[in-house]
Design a protein around this ligand. Structure first.
Ligand code: AMP
Length: 464
């Protein structure tokens, strides 16, 4: 970009109610991707935007699609295609937050892995915005349960990831069912060949928007350690004990490495959980809830599994294996040091991987800072434990449980302090609540003898 666009939301043609809502949400100024996308998007321009999770990309398209929306018209006016259910859920949440200023905008999520029947009933009640995964959206289009004739905005979020997952044909089919007169916004972290093909097939004169993928070196400190393959996993635990980061993602190149590392860390008493492609959706949800609510210290993940996660700033990222793709390295380390906080990226490399390290140095335009493994002495004899523990409550949204009901049972009924209770996640059939580690067992047994929403509940402590 030649000149930096103004970062003040007030320069955009948004309603006063929307501007007030942004202020309430604490969105003081636009992120670079928002500043680059919103002015043309609000003029109705098609966009191909290069943006990653954490860049504020969701608001970059959500504010544009909300501006195109007529709340009084009960028909689907926007469709957002996402690669995974998690991303679809995050996008839905963000759109709802941004739409708070407007009356009764209905946002519906349609993803696979969830019974169709409930979705059919929801659609019958009408929706303005549909967010979903391509396969399930195709199902609905084929059944006629989803009509797109009133659509004016089509969004493809993480388009590269959808292509990786083999959704090219489904995306084309969905796009063909949308009216020709519409705005199309495509977001992607990278530009594989398929993106240009998609754009050619169904975008009108798209404007390409990119903001620097590089992170400022001041924000993320990168340290490199030379290891051999035998000691590699053990060095991860040495790093954790030496630096004691509150929350860490450890990236591995393979699922097998993830499994091995989790086994090593758990055996040493760390609270570590693995996130890789083959987990069932329920297990994956549980892992993410536990990591986000501070009851798991280390998330061990493959790149594919970790893409699209919206996790607030992490204390550290550990690259257990060096990735052969230097762009992936930039994405990995970008998960720490967000939003102006400083971050730490710790990298392990064997002699065999020095070629990959060279490529990373070239892309970053700087040399690696090598540290000796011998400096990794434990900072304390205490184990590294997360501050919270997650309790699983059987029963969720379908039983009309809301976060306030759980908080009420814990504070008003059982007399715990608000500070002893952490994040509460209510899903369709289950609820997760983080509580202070010191009182977890006691809370679990006491909760099991009280009632939530007038009903007794089954409670389980989630341990590794
Ligand atoms: P995203 O890249 O869309 O996943 O957004 C990352 C996070 O940044 C989300 O939690 C948003 O709520 C938040 N966010 C988005 N835009 C802004 C902004 N302009 N100011 C502050 N926070 C923002």
């Amino acid at each position: 970009m030649t000149s930096a666009p103004s970062a003040d939301f007030g320069t955009l043609p948004l309603s006063p109610a929307t501007l007030a809502n942004l202020q309430q949400l604490g969105y003081v100024s636009m992120t670079p991707i928002q500043a680059a996308c919103l002015p043309p998007a609000l003029l109705g321009q098609d966009l191909i935007a290069q943006a990653q999770t954490g860049s504020g990309k969701t608001a970059a398209f959500a504010l544009a699609l909300l501006a195109n929306l007529n709340a009084r018209r009960f028909a689907v006016q926007t469709l957002v295609l996402c690669p995974t259910r998690e991303l679809a859920d995050q996008v839905t949440t963000e759109i709802r937050r941004l739409a708070r200023a407007d009356d009764n905008i209905k946002v519906v999520t349609l993803c696979g892995g969830v019974p169709l029947r409930g979705q059919l009933a929801t659609l019958e009640h009408g929706a303005h915005i549909v967010v979903g995964t391509p396969g399930r959206l195709m199902d609905h289009l084929e059944r006629g349960s989803l009509q797109l004739d009133a659509l004016n905005t089509l969004v493809l979020d993480e388009a590269d990831r959808m292509l990786d997952m083999g959704f090219f044909d489904d995306i084309v089919k969905v796009a063909k069912q949308c009216p020709k007169e519409r705005q199309t916004l495509l977001f992607s972290a990278t530009y594989p060949e398929g993106i240009a093909q998609l754009a050619k097939q169904f975008m009108r004169d798209p404007l390409t928007v990119a903001v620097q993928a590089q992170h400022s070196s001041a924000q993320i400190e990168q340290r490199w350690y030379e290891v051999n393959d035998k000691e590699r996993l053990h060095v991860v635990s040495q790093l954790l004990l030496h630096l004691r980061p509150a929350s860490t993602i450890a990236f591995c190149n393979t699922k097998a490495q993830c499994r091995d590392l989790v086994a090593v860390l758990q055996a040493q008493g760390f609270s570590a959980l693995a996130l890789f492609g083959e987990l069932e959706q329920r297990e994956r949800d549980q892992v993410l809830v536990r990591f986000a609510n501070r009851s798991c210290s280390v998330l061990v993940a493959t790149d594919v599994a970790a893409r699209g996660l919206d996790i607030a700033s992490l204390a550290a990222v550990i690259n257990v294996d060096v990735t052969p793709d230097p762009e992936v390295h930039i994405h990995r380390i970008g998960r720490t040091g967000r939003a102006g906080e400083s971050g730490l990226a710790l990298n392990l490399a064997s002699l065999d991987e020095m070629g990959h390290v060279g490529k990373i140095e070239q892309l970053q335009g700087r040399e690696s800072d090598w540290h000796p493994v011998s400096e990794l002495t434990p900072a304390s004899t205490k184990p590294l434990q997360p501050p919270m523990v997650t309790l699983h409550i059987q029963g969720g949204r379908k039983e009309k449980i809301r976060p306030g009901d759980v908080l009420g049972a814990l504070t008003a009924d059982l007399g715990y302090q608000r500070e002893q209770v952490g994040k509460i996640n209510v899903n369709d059939w289950s609820t997760y609540v983080a509580v202070d580690r010191a009182i977890a067992q006691q809370v679990a047994s006491r909760l099991a003898t009280t009632k939530i929403k007038g009903k007794s509940v089954k409670v389980r402590v989630l341990e590794d």
